[in-house]
Design a protein around this ligand. Structure first.
Ligand code: CIR
Length: 262
């Protein structure tokens, strides 16, 4: 059963956030990004999640995107070796934050993996092979996942940054997807309904047990989900999207024992 995480780890965007990696050289307002991050944290807390806020990391412009630095499983966690070399200094503090909560393994070269390429669905981990995540990274995660009885399903990411830039779960059985960006054949055996999203920002939503957090940049996706009877919480993320980020990438989420969360 998909549950609301009991805990989430986040890190606010720092003053260097306007120098973060991004595909398009759009201007970023770091102050506004910080207040949008506050809004995101408020939405998590409203849902009953205990949020741990890590201190800003100087010299880590992408440090707000904590999802990429670890994959938290049931008994263990993999601290990643992010695909972008400039992001590798982010992992130490994440390893420290996860110590004591999960058995922590640190990924080693030549493996690379960003958590944005890992989507949890029940007993499966869908893993995107992307510009950031290589085959060695996937295999390292698969070995760890086997400890928790999880199976890895590989999906090639043809376009966009990460797997979860192109697909996320909106509920326990609904996957929102931008089909053109992914090779979806491997997903056919998963018991999921795939729904094409009407706009790019709608592909990354954050599903909790009783609501879905959706970006205000995705009004048509919000309408589609509301028509299906889902409760929505809309948040403003313009400055996070400007840094190629979205909803899932700003937190590491921990499920209570015996349950799974996205
Ligand atoms: C990067 O390029 O690494 C960041 N600017 C954006 C990372 C977004 N992460 C995510 O969606 N999981």
């Amino acid at each position: 059963m998909l549950v609301t995480p009991s805990h989430a780890i986040v890190r606010p965007p720092g003053s260097s956030y306007s120098s973060c990696l991004r595909e398009q050289p759009v201007a970023i307002d770091a102050e506004l990004a910080r207040s949008q991050h506050d809004g995101y944290v408020a939405a998590l807390r409203e849902a009953g999640i205990v949020v741990e806020v890590l201190p800003e990391l100087p010299n880590a412009p992408d440090g707000v995107f904590v999802e990429d630095t670890a994959v938290v499983l049931d008994s263990c966690a993999l601290v990643t070796r992010p695909g972008a070399p400039s992001r590798r200094g982010e992992v130490e503090t994440i390893a420290a934050a996860l110590e004591g909560r999960r058995e922590v393994t640190i990924m080693q070269a030549p493996a690379t993996l960003d958590g944005g390429d890992v989507l949890r669905f029940d007993r499966w981990l869908v893993v995107g092979l992307s510009r950031r995540t290589n085959r060695a990274g996937l295999e390292c995660l698969a070995r760890l996942a086997a400890i928790d009885g999880l199976e890895v399903v590989a999906v090639r990411v043809n376009d966009g940054l990460h797997l979860k830039s192109a697909c996320t779960l909106a509920g326990p059985e609904i996957m929102l997807v931008r089909e053109a960006d992914l090779e979806l054949g491997a997903l056919a055996r998963l018991p999921l309904e795939r729904v094409a999203v009407p706009e790019a920002a709608g592909a990354n939503v954050l599903a909790l047990a009783d609501r879905v957090i959706v970006s205000s940049a995705a009004p048509r996706t919000a309408e589609l989900l509301a028509r299906r009877g889902l409760s929505l919480r809309i948040v403003e993320l313009s400055q996070i999207h400007a840094g190629d980020g979205a909803l899932t990438c700003m937190s590491l989420r921990l499920a209570p024992a015996g349950a799974w969360t996205v």
